[in-house]
Design a protein around this ligand. Structure first.
Ligand SMILES: CC(C)(COP(=O)(O)OP(=O)(O)OC[C@H]1O[C@@H](n2cnc3c(N)ncnc32)[C@H](O)[C@@H]1OP(=O)(O)O)[C@@H](O)C(=O)NCCC(=O)NCCS
Length: 141
């Protein structure tokens, strides 16, 4: 992901998430040197992800596939790519958080070997000022 991708990323982020990251959040991630990726089909962007690798741990912060091309294996491919990148950087464990209501993401993660290891109470903002727990998942690399 580069600065040139940000308008496409932010447009999709707003469409795909009830509580989207701002353009500033993505720009900060780029500046901070997080692993920020855009996946392309030919020249067309189809998915993006942000991952943070610290010593021997990788943390998935965002993974999103454009709505019109979901359920074609793109999310899974990107997740496997991130896993291999994390491994290459020396990570031996891959962590992520997910909303219990996000059944598509939960199914994707379980299918790719992530196992629930705990819950963070009220971690996410939710509708009407409420909060939603996060399920913490881990996969060994
Ligand atoms: C979650 C997400 C990234 C999945 O991407 P995708 O490209 O559609 O996923 P894949 O096609 O690789 O799916 C792999 C498997 O995940 C599961 N899965 C994916 N989407 C699903 C859905 N809507 N319902 C149920 N299971 C689903 C299935 O097991 C699927 O395998 P199958 O199609 O053979 O049954 C995509 O739905 C998305 O971008 N959602 C909005 C953003 C988001 O919530 N991101 C995660 C939190 S940051």
């Amino acid at each position: 992901m580069t600065d040139e991708d940000l308008s496409w990323v932010v447009e999709n982020e707003r469409e795909l998430h009830a509580f989207p990251w701002s353009e500033g959040n993505f720009a900060d991630s780029l500046r901070a040197g997080y692993n920020c990726w855009v996946m392309r089909d030919e020249a067309e962007p189809v998915a993006y992800a942000v991952m943070l690798t610290v010593i021997d741990e990788a943390h998935l912060l965002n993974i999103s596939v454009a709505r019109t091309v979901q359920r074609r294996g793109i999310g899974g491919k990107l997740l496997e790519y991130l896993s291999s990148e994390a491994q290459r950087a020396g990570a031996i464990q891959f962590f992520l958080e997910v909303r219990p209501s996000n059944t598509a993401a939960l199914a994707l993660y379980e299918r790719h070997g992530f196992v629930a290891i705990g819950r963070r109470k009220g971690y996410y903002p939710a509708a009407d000022g409420r909060r939603e727990d996060a399920i913490v998942m881990r996969r060994e690399l």
